[in-house]
Design a protein around this ligand. Structure first.
Ligand code: LMR
Length: 401
Protein backbone atom coordinates (compact mmCIF):
# COMPACT_ATOMS: atom_id res chain seq x y z
CA UNK A 1 0.00 0.00 0.00
CA UNK A 2 2.84 2.39 0.72
CA UNK A 3 5.15 1.55 -2.18
CA UNK A 4 4.50 4.79 -4.02
CA UNK A 5 4.96 7.11 -1.06
CA UNK A 6 7.73 9.52 -1.90
CA UNK A 7 10.35 10.60 0.61
CA UNK A 8 10.49 14.35 1.15
CA UNK A 9 13.57 16.19 2.34
CA UNK A 10 13.56 16.92 6.09
CA UNK A 11 12.21 20.22 7.47
CA UNK A 12 15.36 22.32 7.73
CA UNK A 13 14.96 23.98 11.15
CA UNK A 14 13.90 20.81 12.92
CA UNK A 15 16.48 18.71 11.11
CA UNK A 16 19.18 21.13 12.28
CA UNK A 17 18.07 20.60 15.89
CA UNK A 18 18.62 16.87 15.46
CA UNK A 19 22.01 17.21 13.81
CA UNK A 20 23.05 19.78 16.43
CA UNK A 21 22.08 17.46 19.28
CA UNK A 22 24.09 14.63 17.75
CA UNK A 23 27.17 16.87 17.35
CA UNK A 24 29.56 16.20 20.24
CA UNK A 25 31.88 19.17 19.61
CA UNK A 26 32.46 21.27 22.71
CA UNK A 27 32.04 24.63 21.05
CA UNK A 28 28.97 23.83 18.94
CA UNK A 29 26.45 26.66 18.61
CA UNK A 30 22.85 26.41 17.40
CA UNK A 31 21.69 29.55 15.61
CA UNK A 32 18.99 27.63 13.74
CA UNK A 33 15.50 27.25 15.19
CA UNK A 34 13.83 30.38 16.53
CA UNK A 35 13.86 29.72 20.24
CA UNK A 36 15.15 32.01 23.00
CA UNK A 37 18.16 31.00 25.05
CA UNK A 38 19.54 32.47 28.27
CA UNK A 39 23.10 33.75 28.47
CA UNK A 40 23.91 30.31 29.91
CA UNK A 41 22.65 28.91 26.59
CA UNK A 42 19.68 27.23 28.23
CA UNK A 43 16.00 27.15 27.20
CA UNK A 44 14.13 29.80 29.17
CA UNK A 45 10.96 29.13 31.15
CA UNK A 46 9.70 32.61 32.02
CA UNK A 47 9.38 32.76 35.85
CA UNK A 48 5.90 34.30 35.71
CA UNK A 49 4.78 31.64 33.23
CA UNK A 50 6.10 28.91 35.55
CA UNK A 51 4.26 30.48 38.49
CA UNK A 52 0.99 30.57 36.53
CA UNK A 53 1.47 26.99 35.34
CA UNK A 54 1.70 25.85 38.96
CA UNK A 55 -1.40 27.82 39.85
CA UNK A 56 -3.30 26.22 36.99
CA UNK A 57 -2.21 22.72 38.01
CA UNK A 58 -3.23 23.38 41.62
CA UNK A 59 -6.56 25.01 40.82
CA UNK A 60 -9.12 22.55 42.22
CA UNK A 61 -11.92 24.23 40.29
CA UNK A 62 -10.43 23.28 36.93
CA UNK A 63 -11.08 19.99 35.19
CA UNK A 64 -10.47 18.35 31.82
CA UNK A 65 -13.88 18.87 30.27
CA UNK A 66 -13.81 19.91 26.61
CA UNK A 67 -13.31 23.57 25.85
CA UNK A 68 -15.84 25.22 23.53
CA UNK A 69 -14.98 24.65 19.85
CA UNK A 70 -13.71 28.21 19.44
CA UNK A 71 -11.58 27.89 22.57
CA UNK A 72 -11.23 29.25 26.07
CA UNK A 73 -13.16 32.56 25.97
CA UNK A 74 -11.17 34.12 28.84
CA UNK A 75 -7.96 33.47 26.96
CA UNK A 76 -9.18 34.64 23.55
CA UNK A 77 -10.57 37.84 25.10
CA UNK A 78 -7.29 38.66 26.86
CA UNK A 79 -5.20 37.78 23.81
CA UNK A 80 -7.37 39.87 21.50
CA UNK A 81 -7.16 42.86 23.85
CA UNK A 82 -3.41 42.45 23.95
CA UNK A 83 -3.08 42.73 20.19
CA UNK A 84 -5.82 45.25 19.34
CA UNK A 85 -5.45 47.32 22.51
CA UNK A 86 -8.02 47.50 25.31
CA UNK A 87 -9.50 50.69 23.88
CA UNK A 88 -9.78 49.42 20.36
CA UNK A 89 -12.83 50.79 18.58
CA UNK A 90 -13.38 47.45 16.88
CA UNK A 91 -13.56 45.75 20.29
CA UNK A 92 -15.89 48.38 21.72
CA UNK A 93 -18.16 48.03 18.70
CA UNK A 94 -18.13 44.24 19.18
CA UNK A 95 -17.14 43.53 15.58
CA UNK A 96 -14.35 41.05 16.22
CA UNK A 97 -14.31 37.29 16.42
CA UNK A 98 -11.60 35.35 18.27
CA UNK A 99 -10.70 31.71 17.80
CA UNK A 100 -8.16 29.83 19.89
CA UNK A 101 -5.69 28.09 17.58
CA UNK A 102 -2.92 25.51 17.60
CA UNK A 103 -0.30 28.24 17.89
CA UNK A 104 0.58 30.44 14.91
CA UNK A 105 0.87 27.67 12.33
CA UNK A 106 -2.53 26.21 13.17
CA UNK A 107 -4.06 29.68 13.09
CA UNK A 108 -2.59 30.49 9.69
CA UNK A 109 -3.86 27.20 8.29
CA UNK A 110 -7.34 27.84 9.66
CA UNK A 111 -7.37 31.41 8.33
CA UNK A 112 -6.17 30.25 4.91
CA UNK A 113 -8.89 27.61 4.73
CA UNK A 114 -11.51 30.15 5.73
CA UNK A 115 -10.30 32.74 3.21
CA UNK A 116 -10.24 30.15 0.44
CA UNK A 117 -13.57 28.53 1.18
CA UNK A 118 -15.65 31.43 2.43
CA UNK A 119 -14.07 34.60 1.05
CA UNK A 120 -13.36 32.91 -2.30
CA UNK A 121 -9.74 34.02 -2.23
CA UNK A 122 -7.29 32.11 -4.43
CA UNK A 123 -4.33 34.51 -4.55
CA UNK A 124 -1.98 35.35 -1.71
CA UNK A 125 1.07 37.61 -1.74
CA UNK A 126 3.75 36.79 0.80
CA UNK A 127 6.97 38.74 1.38
CA UNK A 128 10.12 37.51 -0.31
CA UNK A 129 11.69 36.19 1.83
CA UNK A 130 9.26 34.91 4.44
CA UNK A 131 8.95 32.08 6.96
CA UNK A 132 9.38 28.96 4.83
CA UNK A 133 6.08 27.45 5.97
CA UNK A 134 3.80 30.28 4.80
CA UNK A 135 3.62 29.38 1.12
CA UNK A 136 3.13 25.70 1.83
CA UNK A 137 0.27 26.34 4.25
CA UNK A 138 -1.62 28.52 1.77
CA UNK A 139 -1.11 25.97 -1.00
CA UNK A 140 -2.35 23.13 1.17
CA UNK A 141 -5.39 25.19 2.15
CA UNK A 142 -6.44 25.51 -1.50
CA UNK A 143 -4.87 28.77 -2.69
CA UNK A 144 -4.00 28.55 -6.40
CA UNK A 145 -1.72 31.52 -6.83
CA UNK A 146 1.00 31.87 -4.23
CA UNK A 147 2.92 35.00 -5.17
CA UNK A 148 5.79 36.82 -3.56
CA UNK A 149 6.34 40.54 -3.20
CA UNK A 150 9.93 41.72 -3.02
CA UNK A 151 10.58 42.73 0.58
CA UNK A 152 14.32 42.69 0.91
CA UNK A 153 17.11 44.53 -0.83
CA UNK A 154 19.91 41.97 -0.51
CA UNK A 155 22.59 44.35 -1.71
CA UNK A 156 21.82 47.11 0.77
CA UNK A 157 20.56 44.66 3.36
CA UNK A 158 17.43 46.63 4.07
CA UNK A 159 13.73 46.76 3.45
CA UNK A 160 12.87 47.28 -0.22
CA UNK A 161 10.00 49.70 0.25
CA UNK A 162 9.71 50.80 -3.37
CA UNK A 163 9.39 47.18 -4.52
CA UNK A 164 6.80 46.45 -1.84
CA UNK A 165 4.65 49.35 -3.03
CA UNK A 166 5.17 48.65 -6.72
CA UNK A 167 4.48 44.93 -6.54
CA UNK A 168 1.46 45.25 -4.28
CA UNK A 169 0.01 47.97 -6.50
CA UNK A 170 0.03 45.38 -9.31
CA UNK A 171 -1.75 42.76 -7.21
CA UNK A 172 -5.25 41.80 -8.40
CA UNK A 173 -8.18 43.20 -6.41
CA UNK A 174 -9.13 40.99 -3.49
CA UNK A 175 -5.75 39.25 -3.21
CA UNK A 176 -4.67 38.36 0.32
CA UNK A 177 -1.50 40.15 1.44
CA UNK A 178 0.43 38.43 4.21
CA UNK A 179 2.43 40.73 6.47
CA UNK A 180 4.52 40.10 9.57
CA UNK A 181 3.16 42.34 12.32
CA UNK A 182 6.60 42.90 13.86
CA UNK A 183 10.09 41.35 13.90
CA UNK A 184 9.89 40.02 10.35
CA UNK A 185 11.08 36.42 10.03
CA UNK A 186 13.72 35.99 8.57
CA UNK A 187 14.97 39.51 7.79
CA UNK A 188 14.41 41.21 11.15
CA UNK A 189 13.47 44.41 9.29
CA UNK A 190 10.03 45.98 9.69
CA UNK A 191 8.48 48.94 7.90
CA UNK A 192 8.61 52.20 9.87
CA UNK A 193 5.37 53.78 11.09
CA UNK A 194 5.28 56.07 8.06
CA UNK A 195 5.86 53.10 5.77
CA UNK A 196 3.05 51.11 7.42
CA UNK A 197 0.80 54.10 6.71
CA UNK A 198 1.74 53.91 3.05
CA UNK A 199 1.21 50.15 2.86
CA UNK A 200 -2.20 50.40 4.55
CA UNK A 201 -3.25 53.15 2.18
CA UNK A 202 -2.24 51.10 -0.84
CA UNK A 203 -4.02 47.99 0.44
CA UNK A 204 -7.15 50.04 1.00
CA UNK A 205 -7.03 51.70 -2.43
CA UNK A 206 -6.31 48.47 -4.28
CA UNK A 207 -8.97 46.62 -2.25
CA UNK A 208 -6.54 43.91 -1.17
CA UNK A 209 -7.13 41.81 1.95
CA UNK A 210 -4.60 42.29 4.80
CA UNK A 211 -3.58 39.25 6.79
CA UNK A 212 -1.14 39.47 9.70
CA UNK A 213 1.13 36.86 11.19
CA UNK A 214 1.88 38.15 14.69
CA UNK A 215 4.38 35.70 16.16
CA UNK A 216 6.77 38.11 17.88
CA UNK A 217 4.74 40.78 19.68
CA UNK A 218 7.24 42.36 22.10
CA UNK A 219 10.35 40.91 20.51
CA UNK A 220 11.02 43.77 18.09
CA UNK A 221 10.95 46.76 20.41
CA UNK A 222 10.76 45.10 23.81
CA UNK A 223 7.34 46.71 24.19
CA UNK A 224 4.06 44.86 23.67
CA UNK A 225 2.12 47.98 22.68
CA UNK A 226 4.64 49.32 20.13
CA UNK A 227 4.88 45.99 18.36
CA UNK A 228 1.11 46.01 17.74
CA UNK A 229 1.37 49.29 15.84
CA UNK A 230 0.86 47.92 12.32
CA UNK A 231 -2.20 45.87 13.18
CA UNK A 232 -3.79 48.67 15.20
CA UNK A 233 -3.14 51.14 12.43
CA UNK A 234 -4.85 48.94 9.81
CA UNK A 235 -7.84 48.43 12.10
CA UNK A 236 -8.05 52.16 12.91
CA UNK A 237 -7.92 52.90 9.18
CA UNK A 238 -11.15 50.94 8.82
CA UNK A 239 -9.66 47.91 7.10
CA UNK A 240 -11.12 44.48 7.72
CA UNK A 241 -8.46 41.93 8.53
CA UNK A 242 -7.59 38.55 9.94
CA UNK A 243 -4.59 38.16 12.23
CA UNK A 244 -2.99 35.26 14.02
CA UNK A 245 -1.07 35.48 17.30
CA UNK A 246 1.40 32.99 18.66
CA UNK A 247 2.49 32.78 22.29
CA UNK A 248 5.40 30.47 21.49
CA UNK A 249 8.08 33.13 21.57
CA UNK A 250 6.86 35.92 23.82
CA UNK A 251 5.75 33.51 26.58
CA UNK A 252 8.26 30.79 25.76
CA UNK A 253 5.37 28.33 25.35
CA UNK A 254 6.77 26.71 22.21
CA UNK A 255 5.47 23.21 22.76
CA UNK A 256 2.14 24.15 24.32
CA UNK A 257 0.86 25.46 20.96
CA UNK A 258 -1.11 28.45 22.17
CA UNK A 259 -2.47 30.80 19.53
CA UNK A 260 -5.34 33.13 18.79
CA UNK A 261 -6.95 34.13 15.52
CA UNK A 262 -8.82 37.42 15.31
CA UNK A 263 -11.22 38.47 12.57
CA UNK A 264 -12.00 42.18 12.44
CA UNK A 265 -15.17 42.94 10.46
CA UNK A 266 -16.75 46.26 9.63
CA UNK A 267 -20.32 44.98 9.75
CA UNK A 268 -21.05 43.14 12.97
CA UNK A 269 -24.19 41.61 11.44
CA UNK A 270 -21.83 39.32 9.53
CA UNK A 271 -20.21 38.02 12.70
CA UNK A 272 -22.53 35.07 13.45
CA UNK A 273 -22.08 33.61 9.96
CA UNK A 274 -18.29 33.97 10.16
CA UNK A 275 -18.27 32.41 13.63
CA UNK A 276 -20.39 29.50 12.40
CA UNK A 277 -17.92 28.77 9.60
CA UNK A 278 -14.90 28.87 11.91
CA UNK A 279 -16.78 26.55 14.25
CA UNK A 280 -17.21 24.01 11.45
CA UNK A 281 -13.59 24.38 10.32
CA UNK A 282 -12.23 23.76 13.81
CA UNK A 283 -14.66 20.90 14.38
CA UNK A 284 -13.60 19.03 11.25
CA UNK A 285 -9.90 19.73 11.77
CA UNK A 286 -9.34 18.95 15.45
CA UNK A 287 -12.73 19.40 17.15
CA UNK A 288 -11.57 21.77 19.88
CA UNK A 289 -8.29 23.17 21.20
CA UNK A 290 -6.22 22.11 24.24
CA UNK A 291 -6.80 23.98 27.50
CA UNK A 292 -3.60 24.11 29.53
CA UNK A 293 -1.55 26.73 27.69
CA UNK A 294 -4.58 28.95 27.22
CA UNK A 295 -5.20 28.96 30.98
CA UNK A 296 -1.61 29.88 31.66
CA UNK A 297 -1.60 32.73 29.14
CA UNK A 298 -4.89 34.02 30.51
CA UNK A 299 -3.44 34.14 34.04
CA UNK A 300 -0.35 35.98 32.84
CA UNK A 301 -2.30 38.55 30.86
CA UNK A 302 -5.21 39.18 33.19
CA UNK A 303 -3.60 39.49 36.63
CA UNK A 304 -2.01 42.93 36.78
CA UNK A 305 1.09 41.93 38.70
CA UNK A 306 1.72 38.95 36.39
CA UNK A 307 1.22 41.09 33.34
CA UNK A 308 3.75 43.63 34.59
CA UNK A 309 6.31 40.97 35.36
CA UNK A 310 5.79 39.35 31.96
CA UNK A 311 6.22 42.64 30.11
CA UNK A 312 9.46 43.26 31.99
CA UNK A 313 10.71 39.79 31.06
CA UNK A 314 9.86 40.30 27.39
CA UNK A 315 11.77 43.56 27.53
CA UNK A 316 14.72 41.81 29.14
CA UNK A 317 14.73 39.10 26.43
CA UNK A 318 14.58 41.70 23.67
CA UNK A 319 17.43 43.67 25.20
CA UNK A 320 19.64 40.64 25.63
CA UNK A 321 19.21 39.90 21.93
CA UNK A 322 19.93 43.52 21.08
CA UNK A 323 23.09 43.41 23.13
CA UNK A 324 24.26 40.24 21.39
CA UNK A 325 23.62 41.88 18.00
CA UNK A 326 25.90 44.72 18.98
CA UNK A 327 28.61 42.45 20.30
CA UNK A 328 28.56 40.30 17.17
CA UNK A 329 28.64 43.27 14.79
CA UNK A 330 31.40 45.01 16.77
CA UNK A 331 33.56 41.93 16.83
CA UNK A 332 33.07 41.26 13.12
CA UNK A 333 34.23 44.80 12.43
CA UNK A 334 37.19 44.54 14.82
CA UNK A 335 38.27 41.43 12.94
CA UNK A 336 38.18 43.39 9.65
CA UNK A 337 35.62 40.99 8.25
CA UNK A 338 34.99 41.94 4.62
CA UNK A 339 31.53 43.46 4.03
CA UNK A 340 29.26 45.64 6.13
CA UNK A 341 27.75 44.37 9.38
CA UNK A 342 25.59 47.25 10.61
CA UNK A 343 22.46 45.44 9.44
CA UNK A 344 22.90 42.96 12.30
CA UNK A 345 22.30 45.84 14.73
CA UNK A 346 19.54 47.46 12.68
CA UNK A 347 17.55 44.22 12.51
CA UNK A 348 15.12 43.39 15.32
CA UNK A 349 13.47 40.34 16.84
CA UNK A 350 15.18 36.99 17.11
CA UNK A 351 16.84 36.78 13.75
CA UNK A 352 19.54 38.30 11.67
CA UNK A 353 19.46 37.82 7.94
CA UNK A 354 23.21 37.86 7.89
CA UNK A 355 23.87 37.91 4.17
CA UNK A 356 26.11 34.84 4.57
CA UNK A 357 25.90 32.57 1.52
CA UNK A 358 24.85 28.90 1.57
CA UNK A 359 28.53 28.07 1.11
CA UNK A 360 29.50 30.11 4.18
CA UNK A 361 26.71 28.45 6.14
CA UNK A 362 27.89 24.99 5.11
CA UNK A 363 31.48 25.79 6.11
CA UNK A 364 30.39 27.15 9.46
CA UNK A 365 28.53 23.93 10.10
CA UNK A 366 31.19 21.52 8.83
CA UNK A 367 34.29 23.24 10.14
CA UNK A 368 33.10 25.30 13.12
CA UNK A 369 30.03 23.39 14.39
CA UNK A 370 27.92 26.54 14.10
CA UNK A 371 24.44 25.87 12.77
CA UNK A 372 22.16 28.33 10.96
CA UNK A 373 19.67 28.19 8.07
CA UNK A 374 21.08 27.91 4.55
CA UNK A 375 19.38 31.24 3.75
CA UNK A 376 21.88 32.88 6.11
CA UNK A 377 19.28 33.43 8.82
CA UNK A 378 20.87 33.25 12.26
CA UNK A 379 18.95 33.08 15.51
CA UNK A 380 20.70 35.76 17.55
CA UNK A 381 19.16 34.32 20.76
CA UNK A 382 21.63 31.45 20.38
CA UNK A 383 24.52 33.85 21.02
CA UNK A 384 25.86 34.31 24.54
CA UNK A 385 28.62 36.35 26.13
CA UNK A 386 30.61 33.09 26.17
CA UNK A 387 30.22 32.02 22.54
CA UNK A 388 29.98 35.32 20.66
CA UNK A 389 33.77 35.62 20.25
CA UNK A 390 33.99 32.14 18.78
CA UNK A 391 31.05 32.80 16.44
CA UNK A 392 32.44 36.16 15.26
CA UNK A 393 35.89 34.69 14.68
CA UNK A 394 34.43 31.75 12.79
CA UNK A 395 32.23 33.92 10.57
CA UNK A 396 35.17 36.19 9.91
CA UNK A 397 37.33 33.24 8.88
CA UNK A 398 34.84 31.71 6.48
CA UNK A 399 34.06 35.08 4.88
CA UNK A 400 37.78 35.77 4.36
CA UNK A 401 38.44 32.36 2.77
C1 LMR B 1 11.51 29.40 13.25
O1 LMR B 1 11.24 30.13 12.30
O2 LMR B 1 12.64 28.98 13.49
C2 LMR B 1 10.41 29.00 14.20
O3 LMR B 1 9.27 29.71 13.94
C3 LMR B 1 10.22 27.55 14.25
C4 LMR B 1 9.50 27.01 13.07
O4 LMR B 1 8.47 26.36 13.28
O5 LMR B 1 9.95 27.20 11.93
Amino acid sequence: AFAKVKTEPPVEVFHLVKVFQADKHEQKVNLGIGAYRTDENKPFVLPVVKKCEIEVVNDAKLNHEYLPILGNPDFTKAATEMVLGKDSKALKEKRTLSVQTISGTGGIRLAAEFMCQHLQRRTVFVPNPTWENHMKIFKQAGFKHIKQYKYWNAKKRKLDMSSILRELSEAPEGAVVLMHASAHNPTGMDPSKAQWHQIAELIKQRRLFPFFDCAYQGFASGDIESDAFAIRHFVDAGLETILVQSFAKNMGLYNERVGNLVVVLNDKQQLPAVASQFTILVRINYSNPPAFGSRVVHKVLSVEQNRKEWEQTVCMMASRVKDMRKQLADKLKQLDTPGTWDHIVQQTGMFSYTGLTPKHVQKLKDDKHIYMLSSGRANICGLTTKNVDYVAKSISEVVKE
